[in-house]
Design a protein around this ligand. Sequence first.
Ligand SMILES: Nc1ncnc2c1ncn2[C@@H]1O[C@H](COP(=O)(O)OP(=O)(O)OP(=O)(O)O)[C@@H](O)[C@H]1O
Ligand SMILES: [Mg+2]
Length: 403
Amino acid sequence: MNNVLLATDSHALQERVHAAADGACITVPATPLSVEPAAFLGQLRGAPLPDIVVLDTTTSRFEALELAAGMDRLFPGTGLILVGIADGTLAMEALRAGVRDVVPPDIPVDHLRTVLARVGEAARARRVPTPVPVGTATPEWVPTIATQGPSRVISVLSPKGGAGKTTVATNLAVGLSQAQPGSTVLIDLDLQFGDVATALGLEPEATLADIVIHGNHVDPIALKTQLTQHASGLLVACAPDSPAAGGAVTPEHVGALIEQLATQFRYVVIDTAAGLGAHTLAALDHTTDPVLLTSMDVPGVRGLRKELDALHDLDLLPDSRKVLLNFADPKAGLSLGDVQATIRTRVDMSLPHTKAAVVAMNMGVPLVNHQPRDAVAKQLRKLQASYLGAVAPGRPSRRKVVS
Ligand SMILES: Nc1ncnc2c1ncn2[C@@H]1O[C@H](COP(=O)(O)OP(=O)(O)OP(=O)(O)O)[C@@H](O)[C@H]1O
Ligand SMILES: [Mg+2]
């Protein structure tokens, strides 16, 4: 059975929807109709998220379409139905807003029951991960997919600053989000000097500090509305505005936030601050796929070796880990063999130094979109492809307590 949330002012429609949903329906007024999904769903007063939302456009057509578009973006696992006269314009606008069906106000109960079953089924299917071939173009009206199911938590870390964590994390997250719309959230866990927002040209209205101060890291609806959306569709939990504001976020908050997001997104990508601080360790406790990064210089490589040893001792180094060598340069005075011998493990991927990587970061645009043929962009696409469609590895057991 599908739980339905209906917005209408019509008593007759309310009766028909209740009958078709076998009573599993909550009705709220259609005037005024909030265009904000959080405010609209707040009327549920703690009831579970609906499988289907039915919006009566008779009184509030513009608001209903606006709300539908927001719902489709934030809650793609909920099916949307509009009630109204499906003239060509409404049908087209509804399609663009992610609506699954437009039904007339006088639809017979039996017919409506069939529509609810079909839309409920489609919504359920969208909660199951569906691999999409890399690089598949997705028209904006295709329903979003893969927001629930086994998730992968991919944390990008390096012992030293400036190794390329933000470059890798942002491009990986944008790529995953484009390959599987609605699948990916990016957390900027560099709480003091995070620059994901700058790298992606975002102007966040809320940051991680706002999210945790209001306790929204454990409230799925409020949490989603406080994420910032990138043009690619990627949702981002941006770093606090200042190092002082970052102090509001504790390692416990980080763990709870990741757990919450992992129930809603197939991919949770985390950009971290250099080193193994308490927040990064909290993230690693929930990470399925660590990505360890170093620049191609002796201090960086030695630092990575120590980081690998520390993570091994803490049982935080699953086989799914990847090691990336950034700024790889055959003339750097170090060979790949030297690096692998020092870190005592293989390097999974090398990224050269390219001008395009610098330019994209300075322009606040993802390199994989800005210069897809750039050598670094190509490598980052390969990294992205390695996560698509593959089965998520199990999370590591909680780390050992070290004194
Ligand atoms: N392969 C590359 N080629 C050229 N420039 C790169 C490359 N990777 C990263 N950069 C540049 O190096 C600088 C540091 O990169 P980035 O911010 O991604 O590193 P980081 O590890 O996140 O740094 P921090 O520790 O300060 O957060 C940026 O200006 C970025 O554009
Ligand atoms: Mg960074």
